[in-house]
Design a binder for this molecule. Structure first.
Ligand SMILES: Nc1nc2c(ncn2[C@@H]2O[C@H](COP(=O)(O)OP(=O)(O)O)[C@@H](O)[C@H]2O)c(=O)[nH]1
Ligand SMILES: [Mg+2]
Length: 330
């Protein structure tokens, strides 16, 4: 006896064949089950559907237990005085800036989406080093999932803008808007306390790049109008390296850290590699940067530097200054 299947059933069956996920397949199978004629002639078909439904349910359970890894994730450990991300629209010169400020060699090319993964490098600033990370571009419809998490945990960002393109200012605005959608706000001055705790404010400077390009001066006017009240704006031409030092300086200063040198009793200070800690740190907080043990066992400290006489003994809550030399006593 033939099974007379309705057009609705056949439609559900066609959907089932096109379904891409187990959930979609299960939904189609359930529709097919309700639409299949329930009589003797369709018994075999009914049994098949039952089996398929229970198999698909099992498949979904299995997927829940072992989720497939989707997308990539990158976690670059913070190094040096701070971690700063170079972000921006395609072709703005992020990779070129990394090659100019560090020894890192990401690919630089005159077409978009050359950079597909984050690439770190270390930037020298006087006697300290800052970690810079080149990143893939951000556009209204392209934002790598891992990139927004990296931005949220970075110490700061440089938003790179292309002065060689009429769209440059708007591409940079799109980056701000796209990140705001994922509750990540780029700002020149993060608030002391965010109103909405799920929103992360990331300290950012705007680097208006390709100052050498034709029409750059006019576009810079637009850039200042659009962004000057939100970000400090620095200009440069990364290709030739013109005004590069201004950007280097702005990146370090944005981190808001001081350098502190350590000294062992009776020995000269180690002036080769300073520690860095946030502006306003006291002796106890600095000790924790050097080693957690020091923070706990610290009894006193002697200081050479600002606002103290040489070798003055100070307490744990004495606030340090840039270039102070500290001898920790435990
Ligand atoms: N004229 C000019 N071209 C630049 C400048 N900086 C980068 N470029 C060029 O712009 C293109 C894109 O640079 P790239 O660093 O790959 O951009 P990214 O996509 O942001 O990483 C390359 O052809 C670079 O040589 C600049 O300051 N002036
Ligand atoms: Mg690039």
């Amino acid at each position: 006896m033939a099974v007379n299947l309705t057009p609705q059933y056949l439609e559900a069956e066609a959907d089932y064949k096109k379904a891409q996920t187990a959930e979609e397949r299960l939904e189609c199978l359930r529709r097919m089950w309700t639409l299949v004629p329930k009589h003797k002639a369709s018994e075999k078909l009914q049994a098949e559907l039952k089996t398929k439904i229970s198999d698909t349910k099992a498949e979904i359970e299995q997927e829940k237990k072992n989720p497939k890894k989707v997308g990539v994730s990158y976690k670059i450990p913070r190094q040096g005085a701070g971690q700063v991300l170079l972000i921006g629209g395609p072709n703005s010169g992020k990779s070129r800036i990394l090659t100019r400020l560090t020894r890192s060699t990401p690919e630089v090319a005159p077409y978009p989406f050359t950079t597909r993964e984050p690439i770190p490098g270390m930037m020298d600033w006087q006697d300290v080093r800052v970690q810079l990370i080149d990143t893939p571009p951000i556009t209204p419809d392209y934002l790598e999932g891992y990139l927004s998490s990296m931005i949220r945990t970075a110490d700061a960002c440089v938003l790179v803008l292309d002065l060689g393109d009429d769209d440059g200012p708007f591409a940079a605005e799109s980056v701000c808007e796209r990140l705001a959608q994922v509750k990540t706000v780029l700002t020149g001055k993060p608030p002391a306390q965010a109103e909405d705790p799920s929103v992360v404010h990331v300290r950012t400077i705007l680097a208006a790049n390709k100052l050498d390009a034709e029409g750059a001066a006019e576009r810079l006017e637009i850039v200042r109008e659009m962004f000057a009240d939100r970000f400090p704006v620095v200009t440069l031409d990364a290709e030739s390296g013109n005004q590069l030092e201004g950007l280097r300086d702005a990146i370090y200063r944005m981190l808001d850290v001081i350098r502190v040198y350590t000294k062992r009793p009776g020995k000269p200070a180690d002036m080769a590699s300073p520690f860095t800690c946030p502006v306003g740190s006291n002796v106890a907080q600095f000790a924790a940067v050097v080693h957690q043990d020091f923070a706990e066992k610290l009894k006193s400290a002697r200081i050479w530097g600002t606002g103290v006489f040489d070798g003055q003994t100070v307490t744990r809550d004495h606030v340090l200054h840039d270039k102070d030399v500290v001898e920790l006593h435990v």
